[in-house]
Design a binder for this molecule. Structure first.
Ligand SMILES: [Zn+2]
Length: 250
């Protein structure tokens, strides 16, 4: 029975270690999450700015076309002015020339402002683009680091699991099933009893059961948490390793 208990404890040590390593491996990709979020946000902002820039450029093009048409209209107003025969015609043509000149002047002033604004936002977009490029590089570097660590942990998991199958093969099938069920439900399956108290659930076990444990003739379960229990001092007394003949329990 002591052999079985020691195998179970050994299995539990392996499983605890593997579980720890697996949890560490699983938590790794989340490390790059904040940076990934920042990057997505900046990319979204940049996209918005690019769209605005494109819209302003389209508007500018439209204004330039209108300006060209106004220049055309000014030319025809000027030729009307030259060809005017009466004072009334002259006045009308003269007013038209003035109007066209004014609207050309206004539109030109506006186009100048828009051109300046476009230049400024192009600069901002360029800067943002460079910042995003840097963040992308940083993210790629972090992801590469994570990948290396994931691989390292994978190796450690494989190392820690070595011999696990052989060990399981040595354990009685019924107890193995109990072990697996408990490990799944309670986190771990085998708990020591210290001074008559189950360390899995902190309940004092009945003295009778404690005496049975001292005999080491059977595997017992805690009446409260159901874990497989053993007297800690019994495993420490002799340091028999699994496979060796355990010293006679006293
Ligand atoms: Zn218990």
């Amino acid at each position: 029975m002591k052999d079985q208990l020691l195998y179970l404890l050994e299995l539990q040590t392996i499983d605890t270690k593997v579980k720890e390593l697996e949890a560490a491996r699983q938590s790794l990709p989340a490390r790059t999450e904040p940076l990934r979020r920042d990057l997505a946000k900046l990319e979204g902002m940049l996209g918005g700015e690019r769209q605005k820039l494109a819209e302003t450029e389209a508007w500018k093009k439209q204004q330039a076309e209108l300006l060209a048409r106004e220049h055309e209209a000014l030319r025809s107003a000027k030729s009307k002015l030259q060809g005017s025969k009466t004072g009334k015609e002259y006045n009308a043509a003269s007013r038209e020339v003035d109007n066209k000149k004014k609207s050309i002047h206004d539109r030109e002033a506006e186009l100048k402002k828009v051109t300046e604004a476009l230049g400024a936002s192009s600069t901002v977009i360029g800067e943002r683009d460079a910042a995003i490029g840097q963040l992308r590089e940083q993210l790629a570097a972090e992801e590469a680091q994570v990948a290396v660590k994931v691989e390292e942990l994978g190796k450690q998991i494989a190392e820690a699991s070595a011999g696990r199958d052989d060990l399981r093969a040595k354990i009685d099938k019924t107890w193995l099933k109990t072990y697996d069920t408990l490990a799944g439900k309670r986190g771990y399956a085998v708990a020591p009893v210290l001074s008559g108290t189950c360390q899995g659930c902190q309940m004092r076990i009945p003295p009778q059961l404690n005496n049975i444990l001292a005999r080491m003739e059977s595997l017992e379960m805690c009446p409260r948490c159901g874990r497989i229990i053993y007297r800690k001092e019994m495993t420490e007394q002799g340091d028999a390793k699994p496979g060796e003949t355990p010293p006679a329990a006293t």
